[in-house]
Design a protein around this ligand. Sequence first.
Ligand SMILES: Cc1cc2nc3c(=O)[nH]c(=O)nc-3n(C[C@H](O)[C@H](O)[C@H](O)COP(=O)(O)OP(=O)(O)OC[C@H]3O[C@@H](n4cnc5c(N)ncnc54)[C@H](O)[C@@H]3O)c2cc1C
Length: 384
Amino acid sequence: MDIEFSEEDLAFQQEVRSFIEENLPKGMDLWTKRGDWFKALREKGGWDVPKWPPEFGGPGFTPTQRYIFDMEMARHSTPPQLPFGVTMLAPILMAYGSKEQQDRFLPGIRDGSVNWCQGYSEPGAGSDLANLKTKAELTEDGKHYIVNGQKIWTTLAHIAHWIFCLTRTSSAGAKQEGITFLLFPMDSPGVEVRPIITLGGSHTVNEVYLTDVKVPVENRVGEEGKGWTYAKGLLAHERTGLAGIQNSVLALEKAKENAASIKVGDGTLLDVPAFRNKLGALEAELLALEFTELRTLASVAAGGSPGPESSILKLKGTEIQQRIQELNLEAAGVYAAVWGNKAAGPKFAKGAMSAYLGGRATTIYGGASEVQKDVISKNVLGLG
Ligand SMILES: Cc1cc2nc3c(=O)[nH]c(=O)nc-3n(C[C@H](O)[C@H](O)[C@H](O)COP(=O)(O)OP(=O)(O)OC[C@H]3O[C@@H](n4cnc5c(N)ncnc54)[C@H](O)[C@@H]3O)c2cc1C
């Protein structure tokens, strides 16, 4: 494995840094002029959709370039795009959608004018997703599906224009068979969104009730009954993205700065051996995970596919995110308990608790940690 960056890769890194320096809006402009930033990325040659292949307007980065690109974007805290359209649905449409579907949906996904949500999980179908029961029945004239059922934990369903949804069109055979991938607008008659307020007090997830929702057959992606195959491909993309390694590198640097600002005796929290030990262990594990990611990239660059490594990245990546949040909580001490719009103590204490509480979900969504361990034990270690 060669993990040294080549001359070309280092030149590319410099190109990305210069681009960010010249184009990233500063201060509050980052929020008001986000559109300009995405326009500049697009005009640079598809940098707004770094994972898309060139035939769909992407830049055609090598895996290493993509790694460098993601790392530089994270380092400079550039505005993120919502993942559901750009990184989750788009690859499925590219691989399995019809030309009409690609022409119809990809432009709105790319320019962010159409928000999507992911309708997979149901009560009784989370880790065991293939157990899903939401039914889609073809009308007699074969022109529509009528969808009935309930989805749950649907992130941002309340601001989504469209949903990509797994439905059951047949109960014959194995439960992975008979699942069909449908797309429909969230303002279709019969779609009802109910909020779920999570531990951190925020509204990001929802229940979605579907009652006699009429979906034209042309909104089915691929073949009827083959939705499981399409969904599985998408989960690998989702898991790799959820590891958030580049963001963790940055977050760990910030956690160190935070700890260095807390006075303890004649020194700072950074000098306290118990704290230092945790920090050191985390740094070592994060470095090891970075190497795992680079190793995966090297294998993809050599023509392989990420496969079960995505489970290792997801498992360890999300655990590390949570441990960094715990360090911040520890450094903030009692000030982390000050809640809502109020703040006290060091500046970073505001938000430390909500990050910690919100972060609990990362080892659940995109496949819970226990499920990732199952995948690793079977497909990496060859057990069971
Ligand atoms: C914040 C948040 C956002 C989400 N967003 C979305 C979204 O946008 N769209 C969507 O479709 N879903 C979403 N989800 C749902 C998420 O994918 C599921 O919560 C997840 O798959 C777990 O399913 P479950 O909640 O039904 O738990 P269960 O599957 O019931 O699991 C409960 C516990 O049992 C353990 N367990 C289950 N099976 C096994 C096994 N075989 N071996 C060992 N242990 C096991 C699990 O690890 C877990 O600890 C979101 C969830 C959260 C928390």
